[in-house]
Design a protein around this ligand. Structure first.
Ligand code: 2BA
Length: 109
């Protein structure tokens, strides 16, 4: 058995949950926070048999599209005046970050 941990955008989470549960995968949804943006994202835990991994990854790929987003970083280095200047940068968000982990044992009581 494998445990798929998928970190996705909040905007994609509802659609992805719908698709996965419709295809009879069992999913746990966690409200999480990204360390860099410190913004909410969604982490899904999906326990599957080995032959389900590719299917789950394909559904994630189908639903979670990447997009570009301009963010304002809280502060950069101080200028000559000592004032901290916020700066903008473009990052890619969306898609998904997926970990596939071997599960030694799954016990349901
Ligand atoms: P965040 O840490 O909030 O990162 C959001 C996006 O910001 C990242 O998208 C990436 O485009 C950018 N980013 C992150 N760290 C950066 C840095 N040090 N410098 C410049 N840009 C940076 P993704 O890479 O798609 O990550 C989306 C979310 O997935 C992350 O949210 C984090 O919650 C999670 N994640 C990604 N890689 C991970 C990993 N190796 N371990 C644990 N969680 C991870």
């Amino acid at each position: 058995m494998k445990l798929i941990i998928a970190i996705v955008q909040d905007d994609d989470a509802a659609d992805l949950l719908k698709v996965l549960t419709e295809h009879e995968f069992k999913v746990t949804k966690l409200a999480t926070t990204g360390g860099f943006l410190k913004a909410g994202n969604t982490t899904l835990m999906i326990g599957v048999e080995e032959d389900g991994v590719d299917k789950v990854v394909a559904y994630i790929e189908q639903v979670c599209k990447t997009r570009k987003q301009v963010i304002t970083a809280p502060s950069s280095v101080a200028s000559a005046t000592g004032i901290y200047m916020p700066y903008s940068m473009e990052i890619e968000v969306g898609g998904a970050n997926i970990f596939v982990i071997d599960v030694d044992k799954f016990i349901k009581i």
